[in-house]
Design a protein around this ligand. Structure first.
Ligand code: 5AD
Ligand code: SF4
Ligand code: FES
Length: 366
């Protein structure tokens, strides 16, 4: 075995910066992926945890240069789900045995939105109880807002740092988007006792392997529980993506880099939850399965009604635009079984990194 891979398998955080870079640079990835998969199996077994993804709405106050639903894109039909529709999708996920849901939307900071989310979270917690996971992915907010949602019953939060390298972050965002605030938001989430997740895009224009190694070290420095990352995929209606052509070579390289990031993150951190994100499937029909076999252990099937899906395209070629939630459920089940894994139906699937996590919301009911 490659001595660096063997060293990484011994214990977490056992690689120097340059060693992380060397693993990310490997051309022959078979050994890297199988070592990461073995570590994943040691941590959580041959099981995959599911989160039903509800895309609550696509209004966004931000203007990230890479994202298809950025404020400045006039070609998006904006929507927001009614509370009852969101509840119906969450209840469906619960009844189907998805152990948790993720509520995702563009970033909106307003009292009205804070209360809308708070009511949805509380109603989900009322029927799902502590054993049904509620994850939020709603961008930067004040600590009070995060606290309000936590007390309503949410216990996990995903906020991608996008790139941990401030200079690259600054190139991907307008000047009024603050890297420092994003880091501070992650700290606030940790203080409030959320299981906290972050992640980056990889294969961004101008990004180096050195930057990506920095991202993996950032995950450790921030003591994160969950990692959600994926390759960057250009969107034609965005400043960053308008000139990039998605050739088969480009897609293959982005996929390979995304899989390597999963594997090296697993080898460095060992005990976190890592998502095989949908963008992998946009690049290859078997992309998510490949993610699982490279060390990921979570999938987030979309449970939003199909009529809304085309309006929530952060990148192009988003998969499952036409397939409804029942079809995706069956499809995923077979795909997971086909690689010799199984879904841990009905379980919350907490990150092993927070084993000692005080049982989520107990005593927090308002
Ligand atoms: N390609 C890949 N991922 C993207 N995201 C946004 N735009 C793109 C894109 N063009 C990711 C960001 C964001 C998450 C919800 O989707 O990382 O945090
Ligand atoms: Fe809004 Fe998130 Fe897209 Fe940025 S990446 S424009 S914050 S939805
Ligand atoms: Fe949607 Fe396969 S996951 S059809």
């Amino acid at each position: 075995m490659d001595p660096l891979i063997a060293k990484a398998m011994l214990r977490p955080y056992n690689l120097a910066h340059d060693e992380i870079v060397s693993l990310l640079a490997l051309e022959d990835t078979a050994e890297l992926f199988s070592a990461a998969y073995e570590l994943k199996c040691r941590q959580v077994g041959k099981v995959v945890a599911l989160r039903g993804l509800i895309e609550l709405g696509n209004h966004c106050a931000k203007n990230c240069y890479y994202c298809g639903i950025r404020r400045g894109n006039p070609n998006v039909r904006r929507y927001r789900l009614s509370e009852d529709d969101a509840l119906r999708m969450a209840r469906w996920s619960f009844e189907q045995g998805y152990g948790s849901v993720v509520l995702q939307s563009g970033e909106i900071e307003s009292d009205e939105n804070t209360e809308y989310i708070g009511r949805i979270v509380k109603r989900i917690h009322d029927f799902g109880g502590d054993d049904f996971g509620i994850t939020l992915c709603l961008g930067e907010q004040t600590e009070e807002v995060y606290r309000f949602w936590r007390e309503a019953g949410a216990h996990r939060y995903l906020l991608r740092i996008e790139s941990s390298v401030p200079e690259l972050y600054a190139k991907l965002h307008p000047a009024d988007h603050s890297y420092a605030r994003r880091v501070e938001c992650l700290r606030a989430l940790k203080r409030l006792g959320y299981q906290t997740g972050s992640g980056v895009m990889c294969g961004l224009p101008g990004q180096t392997l050195d930057d990506l190694a920095n991202d993996i070290e950032f995950y450790h420095d921030m003591d994160l529980d969950m990692i959600g990352m994926g390759p960057y995929l250009p969107h034609k209606d965005t400043p960053l993506g308008s000139d990039i052509e998605i050739t088969p070579e480009y897609a293959a390289n982005q996929l390979k880099l995304g899989l390597k990031m999963i594997a090296v993150t697993r080898l460095y951190l060992h005990d976190v939850n890592i998502a095989a994100t949908t963008v992998l499937q946009a690049l290859d029909d078997r992309g998510r399965e490949q993610g699982l076999l490279a060390g990921a252990n979570v999938m987030m099937p979309n449970v939003t009604d199909t009529e809304y899906r085309e309006n929530y395209q952060l990148y192009e070629n988003k998969p499952c635009l036409e397939e409804n939630s029942t079809k995706c459920r069956n499809c995923l089940n077979w795909r997971v079984l086909a690689i010799g894994e199984k879904i841990n139906w009905g379980q919350r699937g907490d990150s092993p990194h927070c084993k000692t996590f005080p049982d989520s919301n107990k005593g927090k009911k308002s």
